[in-house]
Design a protein around this ligand. Structure first.
Ligand code: GLU
Length: 481
């Protein structure tokens, strides 16, 4: 049975990069009918915070990612927080030491630093010399007397290793040249990431490790550790990293925003999930818009790209816009109302706050927004007094005559009937001999204050006779004053 895990360190809010890791693991588990485990890697006591763990639960739940085992719900392989597993790591380290697979290293930080500098000067990779493997007992005693606290190093006896990665294919490692024997227990008798992650993956019976390519250099070490600990190593899939459109790692400015910021901005969660899925994966056809259920069915590692996944904000917005458009009107209105009231973004002057009118006002923008926060700007078209954008074209005699005719024909009606728009515009066409852009752009400008905006037919209905009239008059006044 497939068992995968998402193993974040709670040192900040979950962002695009690690949310994508969470999602791909989840989709893989769902497609394979396997289990998805949430494990908190909180051994970095200084940077880990409980607040981030709670935020993580919320953010994953918002994305629709569910776990079958985790620190909050327990499970047969718990505990699921590394700080609660320290004794297990210590026992495993002691066993490796006893079996001669690990040894105590008494090198001081100064010695290691000098060694690193020397390697730098010689332009060779800084690799530990493995000198404490053969430290004499006198030398060891001397160091203990000087108060040097040892670390525990894992002994690499197989210098070469071949990995068959599920995304990257065959990767050869020359371990001996890469790192040398590496630390598995620190001076304070707590495990390094390498030991903790292998112990956990082994004990939790993880079958597939799907993680970022930044971990690729760690993987040969992990495979050796798995074997030394008596576990069958899991299968590995290293995903390309998310990169910024300008190259390099994704910076905050370019979209390395936390998932909760997107949530706060009112992006639909289905759109965010869909966009995350396209960061490095594509379906076998040209489709790009998927619901979570469709993704669960379609996702496979074989369609993961090896090249970096470039974050593209415009694409995220496009995908989210598509998701909003596909919602039923009822669902859209419900979510929009919720967002508007939670964030209090109803513009001043937007009078009617409930009922049919308000629903129609919100629906007017369903096809043109990417997030619910866009509604703030859009709804300002109902604000009174309306702000008019300056435009010389509005001052022409032709336009002035049009606005006068429009106001006049509206004055003669008691209100704006449902079929008003086609009749009104046909009449104006006749009266002014204007058509197409020449007719509609000035009308739009007068009624909305600018040249672009929602569908006028629906807008005039929502504004009603009085407000339309005021705006037409105001547009003339603004121009003539
Ligand atoms: N806590 C590690 C990270 O966030 C997990 C590494 C792994 O998936 O093995 O990078």
């Amino acid at each position: 049975m497939v068992r995968v895990r998402f193993a974040p360190s709670p040192t900040g809010y979950i962002h695009i990069g690690n949310a994508r890791t969470a999602l791909f693991n989840y989709l893989f588990a769902q497609k394979q009918g396997g289990s998805y485990i949430l494990r908190i890697e909180d051994t970095d006591a200084e940077r880990s915070k409980d607040e981030y763990i709670h935020a993580l639960y919320e953010d994953l739940a918002w994305l629709g990612i569910e776990w079958q085992e985790g620190p909050d719900i327990g499970g047969p392989f718990g505990p699921y927080r590394q700080t609660e597993r320290i004794e297990t790591y210590r026992d495993m380290a002691a066993k490796l030491l006893k079996e001669g697979k690990a040894y105590r290293c008494y090198c001081t930080e100064e010695e290691l630093e000098a060694h690193r500098r020397e390697a730098e000067m010689k332009r060779i990779p800084p690799r530990y010399s493995n000198r404490c493997r053969t430290l004499s007992s006198e030398e060891r005693e001397k160091r203990i007397r000087r108060g040097v606290r040892p670390v525990l190093r894992f002994r690499i006896d197989d210098p070469e290793l071949t990995l068959v990665d599920l995304i990257r294919g065959t990767v050869e490692f020359n371990l001996d040249q890469m790192v040398g024997d590496f630390v598995i227990m620190k001076q304070d008798n707590t495990p390094t990431f390498h030991l903790a992650v292998c112990a956990d993956d082994g004990l939790m019976k993880i079958t597939h490790v799907i993680r970022g390519e930044d971990h690729l250099p760690n993987t040969p070490r992990h495979i050796l550790l798995f074997r030394a600990l008596g576990f069958e190593p899991p299968k590995f899939a290293h995903m390309s990293l998310t990169a910024s459109p300008t190259g390099g790692l994704l910076s905050k400015r370019e979209g390395a925003t936390s998932i909760r910021e997107y949530r706060e901005l009112g992006y639909p969660e289905s759109g965010v999930v869909n966009y995350l899925s396209l960061l490095g994966w594509s379906s076998s056809d040209t489709h790009e818009i998927f619901t979570m259920d469709e993704l669960k069915e379609r996702f496979d590692l074989a369609h993961m790209r090896k090249s970096a996944a470039i974050f593209d904000r415009a694409k995220l917005e496009w995908v989210c816009g598509m998701h909003l458009r596909r919602m039923t009107d009822r669902a859209f209105v419900e979510q929009a109302f919720q967002y508007i009231s939670a964030h209090q973004i109803l513009p001043p002057g937007c009078m009617e706050k409930e009922g049919e009118w308000y629903e129609q006002a919100v629906l007017l923008f369903k096809d043109n927004i990417h997030s619910y926060s866009d509604l703030k700007n859009r709804l300002s078209v109902f604000e009174e007094p309306l702000r008019f954008e300056e435009d010389d074209a509005m001052k022409s005699e032709e336009v002035q005559r049009l606005l006068e005719a429009a106001a006049k024909s509206l004055e003669s009606l008691p209100d704006v009937p449902a079929d008003f728009w086609p009749e009104w515009t046909a009449k104006l066409k006749m009266m002014t001999k204007l058509k197409g852009k020449d007719l509609f752009i000035p009308l739009r400008h007068a009624l909305t204050g600018c040249r672009e905006g929602p569908e006028l037919r629906r807008l005039v209905q929502l504004l009603g006779r009085e407000r339309c009239l005021n705006r037409l008059r105001q547009a003339r006044k603004t121009v003539t004053s």
